[in-house]
Each structure stands twice: as C-alpha cells, then as structure tokens.
Write a protein that binds this ligand. Sequence first.
Ligand code: GDP
Length: 309
Amino acid sequence: MITALAGGVGAAKFLSGLVKIVSEEELTIIVNTGDDIEFFGLHISPDLDIVAYTLAGIVDEEKGWGIKGDTFHCLDMLRRYGYETWFNLGDRDLATHIHRTALLRSGLKLSQVTKDICKRLGLKVNILPMTDDRFETWIETDAGLMHFQEYLVKRGAKDRVLGVKYMGMENASPAEGVIDSILESDLIIVCPSNPIVSIGTILSVKGVRESLRRSRARKVAISPIVSGAPIKGPADKLMSGLGLEVSAFSVAYLYRDFLDIFVLDQLDEKERERIESLGIKTILTNTIMRALEDKINLAKTVLEASRSI
Ligand code: GDP
C-alpha cells in the first residue's frame, strides 16, 4: 500500500503520473483541507477537488484547477446581485460544492462525502481529507490577519507575510483512515506541494507527524522548490515570511524527523551535500512536470528510489 500526502496542483500532477504505474486501489491520498472556505453557504475544498478532478481526467489542465471547459455564468449573475466574486467558481464546479454541502448538511462527514464524490467521478483511489474537523489556514500579514484564500486569490499574495496560523488545529483530529494508512503503508510519498500551507497543515494534525515517525514505510518527498523558487504559488513568500531560506534544503529540513529520501531537481545538485548531512538520502532527477511522460518518469524514479533502501 502507498500513502501520499498532497496539496493541490503540484501534487495532482505527480499523482496523475503515479496512477499510470500503480493500481488506484493500492493508493491512499491524504489531502490538505486548510484551504477550505465557505462561499454562498457552500463548502469549498479546493485541494480535494483539484486532486479528484485531475485523477478523473476532468480538470482544466491549463489552470490546474476547476473543470475543463467550464463556464462562469452563475458567478457573473452573483456579481450583478452585488456579491463578492473573487473566488473563481465555475458552473459545473459549483455542482460539486452544492452536492458536498447538501451531504454535509445531511450529517455526513467530509471524508464520507469525499468518498461519494470520488465514486461518482469513477475513481477507485482512496482520497481522504486530512481531517473532518474545522481547520483553516490564516496568514498574518502587514495588512492584517486573513484567510489563506483571501491572501492568495483576493489580494494576489501581495502582502508581506509575518506568520501563519492553523485555526482549529488544537481540536482537529485526523479523519478516519489517515493514521492507519500511514502506519500500514510500505511507502509514503510527500508530493511536491507547498511545505507550509499544504504539507505543513497535514503534518500539524494531531498524531500525523508522530505516526510518520513510527511508520515502518519508506518515506520519500519530492521537492516543490527548484533553483531556489517554487514552480508556482507563494511558497517562497510564506517560507521567507517565516524566516526560512527558500531552498530545497529548507523543505528537506522541515521533514527531517521522518524522511528517508528527498528527490530534488537535477538543477539543485549543489544542495545535495547539505541535505545528506541531515541523514536523508537524495536522488537527483528532472522534477519539472510538463507532459504526462515527465509525471510518469518522476513517479517511476520515486518507486525505484524507495526500493533502493
Ligand atoms: P496549489 O497547487 O497551489 O494548491 O498548492 P500546492 O501545495 O500543490 O503547492 C504548489 C507547489 O507545488 C509549489 O511549491 C510548486 O513549486 C510545486 N509544483 C508545482 N508544479 C511542480 C512541478 O512540476 N514540479 C515540482 N517539483 N514542483 C511543482
């Protein structure tokens, strides 16, 4: 069994390569829900949807999120009615949020709802939210404290980051299956996702970090930072805001207490020695995923590396 820890786009790209070489039934994906937010009374789970839409083959590949060919008529009309419409919700995408919210209101947990959505999208992979409880990532900035989506989408990550707060962390328990899948897997893959607001959130859920340390699985992470910068998204701003160097090394450092192998980009050979000095084995390869072939090759490298120790 394989367990992957995942954020949104970077993770989904990698996972779409992985499912070409391992069977979906073998794979559990634990997904960040710190980005979740409510709009128009609807519960939005951006990372869960990015992963599910990508693996179901319906994602808008150009954007990396949303549904291919979607329209935005509902949002246009809501704008006319005076609502804030900075968070992009396509018409077909809205159906997912309506369905999710209806099931949550009927008393189901987010993990049960996610299972239903995945089944209806034809997926056999086990996608789990990191928690069924309220957990929101808020960013402390020079313009005040705001939800991560407000920082990223509404304000375009323009504010200076002073800190990150995981609201609800103290009371959030891992969703059913999260700890078991970590403890029972042979391989755990930390996807190339934001180390603070995607993987950092998952690691902060009660018991997750400890079970990663205890698990006898081989643990492999793929660097989301290449040549000192993220491929996309605000990882650099968040890392430097927290006083961290923006480098592949910093990411490995954040995972040093449980990680066996760190896959870093071939452009980052100079980081190798520092990372190995943490007691983590390194593998150099191309980690920039453009075509499906890149994703499959990266997945193959991760599997081979995990067998080499
Ligand atoms: P989201 O996709 O913005 O919701 O958030 P993620 O948690 O997935 O974070 C995006 C991270 O994925 C960024 O740090 C990117 O640098 C990284 N990423 C995206 N595409 C790639 C890629 O092709 N290769 C690698 N190595 N990292 C990537």
